[in-house]
Design a protein around this ligand. Structure first.
Ligand code: ZN
Length: 449
């Protein structure tokens, strides 16, 4: 299918150079031209005059099925929140995860997200959700093989044998890995994943030439526990294991020593900054400025709705900016174009996909967002990129992923949103009842308001 977006404004290349009155030609899922007056013969034409077009945003760290716990962990510590996640794993069924994941993805898509680095224990429901909405993703399990014996059984994370997880991860890769939904490898963190599990997963990532993803240095407590288990700080330990490389993306990284920043820069590993989630559970502020100065690739992630109350990665850019300007009392730490890169091409690099996505360039996959110049946040529209970074309530009007229209006139083209919402509300009500009955007594957490 050929599509031609006519006479639009496009932000082209990794520097997002504005080009007005150009046509964008799409064929076979890729952008084939960005020029004025492209011949429209044989193409479905989209009148682009009232729109500006950007690359789709990339949410580089995302737990879709945590949508079920949204609003249940307000005002609790990171450790208490983890207890909630582990306890509720027992009452989530795959269908509930799938349906609520669709809600989370839809929220992200409507804010311009086209690609997700997606983590969670249930790969099948993730794959199904991305496929249903026509979105791009890399999914990975993030298992644990070290039991948290200090925790009561009711709130203890599920752990598996090392070999079982390695075998399962490889089977899932072989069964589900594809062009649109990829299956990468990962572990939870240095604290609860053994060295054999970490090294085994990285070997699998190398064998199948995909990425490796995990949490790292998410607060002082995490670092203390990692040192207790390994004798090293988390990134230092990954270096000792010989697993750091440019196929590795590490989420959070709020507590890094200067030597660890150096190790990340030398290895080419990416850091996924999740500022809203980090603030929500008070685990510190990622040293973004030092990472950028060292040359580390920094992307952005929304993490989970349970510790963010949002699935919109776009909003992470503004919070990242605010945090940096507050901390350094300077407006020059990171400019809006760098923030835009974190939302797009840096995310693509973190997933090993920068040859295909992250910018609008001829030859790249057509993952593009059309924003209406008539929407309130874009009037007067002097600087659309800055509007997207610094303004609330920007809604994507139309979205193409892999050259196919997945959102039009602010609504999904691929499912009935009304039916989905009705089903999700029904599931959520049943889930809350199970939560009250079986889980709540074991936790300090928020309840229904
Ligand atoms: Zn996470």
């Amino acid at each position: 299918m050929k599509v031609l977006i006519k006479q639009t404004t496009a932000f082209v290349g990794a520097s997002f150079v504005r080009r007005d009155n150009v046509d964008i030609a799409i064929e076979g899922g890729r952008i084939t031209g960005i020029e004025p007056d492209i011949n429209s013969a044989g193409s479905t034409v989209f009148d682009g005059r009232d729109f500006f077009v950007t690359p789709g945003f990339i949410n580089s760290h995302f737990h879709p099925s945590q949508q079920l716990n949204r609003g249940l962990a307000i005002g609790v510590s990171h450790s208490e929140q983890m207890d909630l996640l582990h306890a509720t794993d027992r009452i989530k069924d795959p269908d509930a995860k799938y349906v609520l994941s669709l809600i989370a993805l839809l929220e992200g898509l409507k804010a311009g997200t086209t690609c997700f680095y997606s983590v969670g224990s249930e790969i099948e429901s993730q794959v199904k959700a991305y496929t249903t909405l026509g979105l791009r993703a890399a999914c990975t399990m993030i298992p644990k093989d070290i039991e948290a014996c200090d925790k009561p059984a009711e709130i203890r994370a599920t752990t598996w044998s090392t070999q079982d997880r390695l075998n399962t991860a490889e089977e899932l890769h072989l069964r589900h890995h594809g062009d649109m939904v990829r299956i990468h490898f990962g572990v939870c963190n240095v604290r609860y994943a053994s060295d054999n599990l970490i090294q085994g997963m990285v070997k699998l990532a190398e064998r199948y030439d995909v990425g490796f993803h995990m949490h790292v240095a998410e607060g002082d407590e995490y670092v203390k526990e990692a040192i207790k288990r390994t004798g090293h700080r988390p990134v230092e330990h990954l270096h000792h294991l010989g697993v750091l490389s440019n196929r590795v993306a590490l989420a959070h990284a709020t507590k890094l020593a200067a030597e660890e920043i150096d190790l990340l820069a030398r290895s080419g590993a990416s850091v996924v900054h999740c500022p809203r989630a980090n603030a929500y559970v008070a685990v510190g502020l990622c040293p973004v400025s030092a990472l950028l100065n060292a040359g580390v690739n920094v992307a952005l992630g929304s993490d989970a709705a349970v510790n963010n109350n949002s699935n919109e990665v776009r909003g992470e850019a503004l919070v990242a900016y605010n945090n940096l300007s507050h901390r350094h009392e300077s407006v020059d730490i990171v400019d809006y174009r760098s923030l835009f890169q974190m939302l797009t091409i840096n995310g693509a690099r973190a997933m090993g996909l920068s040859h295909d996505i992250g910018t609008i360039d001829a030859g790249k996959k057509a993952d593009v967002v059309l924003w209406s110049k008539n929407d309130l946040p874009f009037i007067p529209g002097h600087n659309y990129l800055a509007d997207l970074i610094f303004t609330d309530s920007c809604r994507a009007h139309t979205v193409f992923v892999d050259g196919k229209k997945v959102l039009e006139n602010y609504a999904s083209c691929l499912l009935d949103e009304g039916q989905l919402i009705a089903r999700a509300r029904e599931i959520s009500a049943g889930y809350y009842q199970s939560f009250e009955r079986e889980i709540r007594q074991h936790l300090r957490c928020a309840g229904r308001e």
